[in-house]
Design a protein around this ligand. Structure first.
Ligand SMILES: [Zn+2]
Length: 296
């Protein structure tokens, strides 16, 4: 096999890190240097979960991963049954099947990665690592996220050379559900940031890193009430966020309003893939404000 078939994609690479249930309003109070570094190299912007989308993990992650809204992907809850992900696949599956790109998805929440609860959302990435928690507790989820991070570091620095990856961290959300958004929740967000730091360090440790052009997207799906919990339309629940850096994104640059559907659209753009109109993506790549200023 020729190297052009094995390495078809040039220097562009994308890592998407999904951290479940991280409140935007608490970030300024927390020590999250790695997220801050991504934001400083690009942007961090609020995202409003749209009116048609329950503030639940299932529909929000489906929108993030597919680039289309609930009206198309059909995921309305944490049971994914009735979905149309065969028509509107996640980006790791679309890139692997239609574009022969190496892709990778990892995490511990069953419906994202397994044929459980109507899943999986990530149907057929080139490589998939499901590493589940041993029980449904915050402590078990921290162990799970730790193992997911170690696995992702191994894959991102190994021979697989995935060009688009999705890594899911779930302990923050679990902690909010069990303990509310107090000290333990805040500590869990800071722990998730340290895991993000290890993932970013893994990219920089790659032998080819100086020649590569990485886009990094960090995204949360929804917020939480103070006592923990989500699903309603309060501002705390419906406010999510995206941070990203990479080619085309200026350091500290303002961007046009960002939506969850834009994440997958930006993944394709970052890999210099023009979406087929038949995909009917609802998202668009993250757009620096300056690019939209009408020319005189
Ligand atoms: Zn949740």
């Amino acid at each position: 096999m020729s190297s052009s078939i094995l390495w078809p994609a040039g220097p562009r690479r994308v890592l998407v890190v999904g951290i479940d249930g991280v409140r935007l309003d608490l970030l300024p109070e927390l020590r999250t240097p790695h997220l801050d570094a991504v934001a400083a190299a690009g942007f961090l912007a609020p995202v409003q979960v749209d009116e048609a989308t329950p503030t639940m993990s299932g529909p929000c992650w489906a929108t993030i991963a597919t680039g289309v809204t609930v009206a198309k992907h059909g995921v309305y809850g944490n049971h994914l049954g009735g979905h149309r992900l065969d028509v509107f696949p996640d980006f790791t599956t679309r890139l692997a099947t239609a574009h022969r790109r190496r892709t990778f998805a990892a995490g511990g929440w069953e419906p994202l990665f397994l044929a459980r609860q109507g899943g999986p959302l990530f149907a057929a990435p080139g490589r998939l690592s499901y590493i589940g928690p041993l029980e449904d507790t915050p402590e078990a989820w921290e162990v799970c996220d730790e193992r997911v991070t170690a696995e992702a570091v191994s894959v991102l620095t190994g021979d697989d050379d995935p060009q688009a990856s999705f890594v899911y961290l779930g302990a923050v959300d679990e902690t909010a559900h069990f303990r509310g958004c107090g000290a333990e929740y805040r500590a869990s967000v800071e722990t998730a940031d340290r895991r993000l730091g290890r993932l970013l360090a893994a990219l920089e440790a790659r032998p080819g890193y100086p020649q590569e052009e990485w886009t990094v997207i960090v995204v949360t799906d929804h917020g939480h009430l103070d006592q923990g919990g989500h699903g309603g339309r309060s501002e705390l629940e419906r406010t999510a966020w995206v941070a990203a850096s990479g080619p085309g994104l200026a350091p500290g640059g303002a961007v046009e309003p960002v939506r969850h559907v834009d994440v997958a659209a930006h993944v394709f753009a970052a890999l210099q893939i023009v979406p087929d109109p038949h995909w009917t993506l609802d998202g668009r790549p993250f757009t620096p404000v300056a690019e939209l200023v009408p020319q005189a």
